[in-house]
Design a protein around this ligand. Structure first.
Ligand code: ADP
Length: 405
């Protein structure tokens, strides 16, 4: 079979991230980011091997950015595209896996928009723009939430009146599914288990952070909930707080919902705790220099992460390994070390030499002898999206795809 090509699109309200992936290569053939869309300063940076360029997107339109991909793809792709894969944040309860985009899928993404008002509408703009440019190939939606649709009700239901769930979809959905799925399947390979098998606790630690309990390729519980605010301490997001905080701040300080939302999503987390930065690299350096806020932020981050992993362990029959991924999980020996220190009860112990980040940061084991596996696995969501796209198309050629929406 020839090496098929997928264009992976991740569209935000003012940005468009893209990558041209082949089914066999571990690196993109072409990748880039259009930013400041919606303004006259729209700009797109792309690179392909040693080539790269900055293009003005003067009308700031997503459709113009998308159209400017066409000549680039013709230049760097050795054969026609097979499909376009679109990252979609929220699929609600409609989707348990990737789906070929048709009218029904678009309607279901629209229906899920109240659950992700910042993301889903922007991703629909991207889908529409791409469908107008790439007219002859299938477009596939890959949902951040789909992987977690295997959670049992005792993990996804909140202890709230039933009609909030049945009438309004208020439940835990989880996010970062593409990353959790990718690193857990890589862990099976790394540990020599049957493909897709194993009992894993995964920690995806980027600007957004979440944990997941995975058994044999199925998510059984995760730290994010109705929205990506629940769970861990993140760059600027608070993670879990007392649900009465909203009414407390409204009553005592007169804050309205918008102000509280903004504070919890943009001014909290590592930034709020440290008073310095949302960036873990900056905090690790400041901690080494004795900055009290940075020290506290790193400690709270690691403690809360360990507490989440320990809590999720109850979803699993055993622990084959704990997996660290994302910018922080892959690159911060300190965060891994401080987190694992809180997990000694599980027999987990880290090997300092293996834990030090080697050049190239390959997937590897960093536990001491006798400890359950502790794995550092670089995530690759675009590769996972490419694989899911192509697997779906393979399935569609052998049997009609049943649409769930
Ligand atoms: P995103 O969620 O936006 O994809 P990333 O996965 O790239 O984010 O993660 C960004 C985070 O990773 C930032 O907090 C950054 O400081 C952190 N990070 C990157 N490299 C290091 C490092 N060497 N040490 C500690 N943190 C790091």
């Amino acid at each position: 079979m020839t090496d098929r090509l997928v264009l992976v699109i991740n569209c935000g309200s003012s940005s468009l991230k893209f990558a041209l992936r082949s089914e066999s290569a571990t690196k993109p053939l072409l990748s880039g980011l259009a930013e400041r869309l919606g303004t006259p300063e729209g700009v797109m940076n792309w690179k392909a091997g040693d080539n790269g360029e900055r293009i003005q997107i003067r009308d700031g339109k997503h459709s113009t950015a998308m159209a400017s991909l066409l000549p680039l793809i013709e230049r760097f792709a050795e054969q026609p595209l097979t499909a376009v894969g679109h990252r979609v944040v929220h699929g609600g309860e409609h989707f348990t896996g990737a789906r070929i985009i048709d009218d029904e899928v678009i309607t279901a993404i629209e229906d899920s928009s109240p659950l992700a008002p910042l993301h889903n509408p922007a991703q629909l703009v991207g889908i529409n723009a791409a469908m107008k440019v790439f007219t002859t190939i299938p477009h596939v939606a890959i949902f951040d939430t789909a992987f977690h649709q295997s959670m049992p009700p005792h993990a996804y239901r909140y202890a709230l009146p039933e009609e909030l769930y049945t009438e309004h979809g208020v439940r835990r959905y989880g996010f970062h599914g593409t990353s959790h799925r990718f690193v857990s399947s890589q862990a099976s390979l790394l540990m020599g288990l049957e493909p897709g098998h194993g009992a894993w606790l995964t920690a995806h630690l980027g600007n957004g952070c979440s944990t997941c309990a995975i058994l044999d390729g199925r998510s059984l519980d995760t730290s994010m909930g109705l929205t990506p605010l629940e769970g861990l301490v993140m760059g600027t997001r608070s993670g879990d707080v007392d649900p009465n905080l909203h009414s407390h701040l409204a009553r005592t300080l007169g804050w309205d919902l918008e102000r509280i939302d903004n504070m919890l999503n943009r001014e909290s987390g590592l930034l709020g705790l440290s008073g310095l930065s949302n960036d873990m690299r900056t905090l690790v350096t400041a901690r080494a220099e004795g900055h009290a806020g940075a020290t506290l932020a790193v400690e709270v981050f690691c403690y809360r992460l360990a507490r989440s992993l320990a809590g999720l362990a109850v979803a699993l029959p055993r622990i084959d390994g704990v997996i660290f991924t994302g910018g922080i999980g892959e690159n911060s020996p300190l965060v891994r070390e401080l987190t694992v220190r809180h997990l000694a009860l599980f027999g987990l112990a880290i090997d300092p030499a293996a834990n030090a980040t080697p050049p190239g940061n390959p997937a590897r084991q960093v536990q001491m002898a006798g400890s359950p596996a502790i794995l550092v696995i670089p995530t690759d969501e675009e590769r996972q999206i490419t694989e899911e796209c192509l697997a779906l198309l393979d399935l569609a050629t052998t049997q009609p795809v049943e649409q769930e929406a």
